[in-house]
Ligand binder design. Structure first.
Ligand SMILES: *Cc1c(COP(=O)(O)O)cnc(C)c1O
Ligand SMILES: [Zn+2]
Length: 405
């Protein structure tokens, strides 16, 4: 790589809806047309980046990340999570070449850490003094913790029934936290109102700032690097706001444009039956989604009724010959335990949904079993202590255990 290549090759922001180009050197939200903005890089300059010997974090791809100065990087060691082969479970499901990108092993316990690390770093670098967001839990926890590391403030609102541990993470991080007796959309309205009195805070709601996608796209770079610079045939992703799916699609496009490889990876959006706007839109051939009336699922991270980036998710599925699948809560909870028994890995309900979806895709013939398939497990099962119903015998202290079962 030429010595003159900057730490980041970020050039500008672009609107994927109306094509507008915006200055990336100042704080930006969404396009004036309402669309999320995408970061664009000088990929001709970045293409020679030699990542092999670099530290095992997502910052190894710094040329295609937005942070301009190495000293502005806020890190808790995020990224380069394991890509685990799952031979036993793969064989059971009829997909022997099955892999899992395990985001359970990342700071804050969910892959929201990736978006938070890059988003908070860039916001602080551009002079933002506080971040504000509605959340279903994990994103608020991650952004509050990274904000604390950056020395900036955070204002978070989440539904009362969001996972309790994420409350504790926000409070421990010193966030200004509010619980809302409603959905994430209600929390969003409260945050928008509160921001009017906080001019030095940035609205970092999902896809309302451009850099969370950049953090999450590194999953795409890592999967390809960990497979020896080869893209898998299929990636399954538990889709709420769709940031990770849009990000992985963007990463594959960037790697193609840099001439690294020519990926033919099909992307699959997995949702829960209780909240399946993307699946419905995909099946109807629509370009945007419609919010369900009463969204509900135990997989809280994918309980997003109307993603702002729905058209980008649907575009990613269409451009990669992918598909969208919904599974029931019963199916995903069963898959969670089956996987733990087969492979010793306790995934979050969102990740488990993808394993349940594999069964559907194999039954329908969409997968023939010969593909190399990567499932994204987006967080650790340990963050959701109530998803496994536990019924175990208690014995007296001086008692005896029954014979072997
Ligand atoms: C937020 C979240 C998701 C959904 O991520 P998007 O990129 O918004 O679609 C999936 N799983 C977990 C554990 C999450 O916290
Ligand atoms: Zn626009």
């Amino acid at each position: 790589m030429p010595e003159s290549t900057p730490f980041s090759t970020l050039s500008h922001l672009e609107c994927p809806k109306c094509g507008a180009q915006l200055d990336a050197a100042v704080v930006q939200g969404t396009c004036s047309c309402g669309s999320p903005l995408l970061a664009r890089y000088d990929l001709a300059a970045a293409r020679g980046m030699a990542v092999a010997g670099r530290e095992a974090t997502l910052w190894r791809y710094h040329e295609v990340l937005p942070v301009a100065s190495p000293s502005a990087v806020i890190s808790l060691g995020e990224g380069m999570t394991p890509l685990l082969p799952l031979p036993v479970h793969g064989k059971r499901l009829g997909v022997p070449d099955l892999w899992m990108k395990d985001e359970g092993l990342i700071p804050t316990g969910s892959f929201k850490a990736r978006g938070a690390a890059v988003g908070v770093s860039r916001a602080a670098e551009l002079g933002v003094r506080g971040i504000a967001m509605p959340t279903n839990g994990n994103a608020g926890a991650a952004w509050a913790l990274y904000a604390a590391r950056a020395g900036i403030r955070s204002l978070i609102a989440m539904p009362v029934d969001a996972p309790v541990i994420t409350r504790a993470e926000c409070v421990a991080a010193g966030a200004e936290l509010y619980l809302v007796d409603g959905l994430i959309s209600h929390a969003g309205a409260l945050i928008r109102e509160a921001l009017k009195q906080r001019p030095d805070y940035q609205d970092v709601s999902t896809l309302k700032e451009p850099y969370r996608i950049e953090g999450k796209k590194t999953m795409g770079y890592e999967i390809v690097e960990q497979l020896g610079m080869r893209a898998p045939d299929v990636i399954l992703y538990p889709t709420g706001g769709g940031v990770g799916l849009i990000g992985i699609h963007k990463a594959l496009d960037e790697m193609r444009e840099m001439g690294w490889l020519n990926p033919e990876t099909r992307l699959v959006a997995v949702q829960a039956e209780g909240c399946r706007p993307i699946v419905d839109a995909w099946q109807a051939g629509a370009t945007e989604s419609v919010a369900p009336a009463a969204p509900t699922t135990v997989a809280f991270g994918i309980n997003v009724p109307k993603p702002l980036g729905d058209f980008l998710i649907l575009r990613a599925l269409a451009e990669t010959s992918g598909t969208a699948v919904a599974v029931t809560d019963e199916e995903l909870l069963a898959a969670q335990q089956e996987l733990a028994r087969d492979e010793g890995t306790f995934v979050c309900p969102e990740g488990a949904a993808c394993f349940a979806a594999l069964v559907r895709l194999r039954e329908s013939g969409w997968l023939n079993g010969g593909e190399r398939v990567v499932v994204l497990n987006t967080g650790t099962g340990v963050k959701y202590p109530d998803t496994v119903r536990v019924s175990v015998p208690t014995v007296p202290a001086d008692g005896a255990l029954p014979g072997p079962r």
